[in-house]
Design a protein around this ligand. Structure first.
Ligand code: EZ4
Ligand code: CO
Length: 406
């Protein structure tokens, strides 16, 4: 059996996605997702110029060998662009294997550990009352974990909150054809967030738990203060308090409180997880299979996490396509150390023309489909109708104009 062709789709049904199709000489095809938000074309070029020429003629059944060959064979191992490209190849190969076996991927991984996966949704508002409304709407739908982000007085726009104001049930990406600049003021933010969770706790009591994302903006001492002040509200997790390059900085935060910490959405490999697992610095691992070399490597990270009592909280923002989300559904169905699955798929109507999900989302859970492979259908003709649009993630500046982490 041989790989006979591979085709790269860069499609924009509401936002950009990089989808790889792998064809075989036996007619079975598979799809993978390698979307790297704001850096989609470099992934497409990496696939086209470096990986696809090597893939043609390879035996698609040998997923592990193909993975190692593309990873080690680059000499320049790793990096977000290459690991996203590799992810799209790997996910497509698992899709093919599942279709050949007539089994859903979770069965190939070892079978389901649960019937359905708990999800969390995104709530935000320009101020606390609006955020309370948005949280209430998820609560009514049966969600037990809800992400809450709120506007900060004196800061016009902020990550995770609709710049147009008002309550938002969905994630509001800060994207444009040139980067949008925001002002980041740690002190104003640190004064606001405990007030938000004080209000939410008194309103929703013990019936839900909250997630909050600081998006890598705090300094370690600030992060320690925030995690300490939020401890009483028993968050499900506090996410990305600092940039992850220096794990030792997390000891300070860890020692300050028992607020569970989540990290890893910008990781692309197991080595970055290592210090966090070995020193028990985090509670939830936020990797996306589409940025960490696909199912093959994500499974390795999840097993390693389990050794350290770290649960999964795989990344599910709008920039993970339904193909990537399907990979997460299979990992989550199997993983003994599953925690929760974020679900913030792009709400654009064109999405449903391009991707058809066979997984059922209802009442704050997703029930995996038993369809062979990923359980997703990709409409190539519809995808071709939606051309790539240049799009950047936002930029942050401190109040004095200094460039800061977004
Ligand atoms: O900003 O996926 O938890 N979710 C996040 C995301 C990230 C985007 C970046 O591509 O932090 O919204
Ligand atoms: Co995040």
């Amino acid at each position: 059996m041989k790989i006979s062709n591979a085709e790269i789709f860069v499609t924009c049904p509401g936002r950009n996605f990089v989808i790889l199709k792998i064809e075989t000489d036996q007619g079975v095809v598979g799809y993978g997702d390698g979307t790297l938000n704001g850096r989609e074309l470099p992934v497409a070029s990496y696939l086209r110029d470096c990986m696809v020429p090597m893939l043609i003629g390879m035996d698609p059944r040998r997923i592990e060998d193909i993975w190692q060959t593309l990873y080690r064979g680059a000499y320049w191992q790793g990096g977000p662009v290459a690991m996203s490209a590799l992810a799209s190849v790997d996910i497509a190969l698992w899709d093919i294997k599942g279709k050949m076996a007539g089994m859903p991927i979770y069965d190939l991984l070892g079978g389901r550990s649960r019937d359905r996966l708990m999800l969390y949704g995104h709530a935000s508002g320009a101020d606390i009352p609006q955020t309370v409304d948005a949280v209430g709407a998820w609560f009514e739908r049966g969600y037990k974990v809800i992400r809450a982000q709120t506007g900060v007085p004196g800061t016009k726009t902020i990550y995770g909150v609709n710049p147009a104001g008002g309550a938002s049930l969905g994630f509001v990406p800060s994207q444009a054809d040139l980067p949008i600049e925001h002002v980041w003021d740690s002190e104003a933010y640190l004064r606001m967030v405990p007030k938000l969770f004080e209000t939410l706790s008194s309103r929703f009591g013990d019936s839900v738990q909250f997630v909050h994302d600081s998006h890598h903006r705090l300094r370690p001492i600030e992060a320690a203060r925030l995690s300490k002040e939020l401890e009483q509200f028993r968050l499900f997790w506090l996410e990305d308090v600092c940039r992850p390059e220096r794990a030792d900085r997390f000891r300070l935060i860890r020692n300050a409180s028992t607020t569970p910490l989540a990290l890893g959405e910008v990781f692309h490999g197991i080595q970055e997880c290592q210090p966090y697992f070995e020193e028990n610095l985090i509670d939830f691992i936020r990797i996306a299979a589409i940025h960490t070399g696909g199912l093959t490597h994500a499974r390795r990270i999840i097993d390693y996490a389990a050794l350290h009592d770290v649960r999964t909280g795989l990344h599910g923002p709008p920039d993970v396509s339904p193909i990537g989300m399907a990979a997460h559904v299979h990992l989550g169905a199997w993983a003994p150390n599953f925690g929760v699955q974020e679900w913030a798929t792009m709400p654009a109507p064109e999405m449903n023309d391009v991707f058809a999900h066979e997984h059922v989302i209802e009442g704050g859970h997703v029930t995996p489909s038993g369809a062979p492979g990923l359980g997703i259908r990709f409409n190539e003709d519809e995808a071709r109708k939606h051309e790539f649009k240049r799009s950047y993630i936002g930029l942050n500046r401190l109040p004095d104009g200094t460039a800061w982490n977004y």
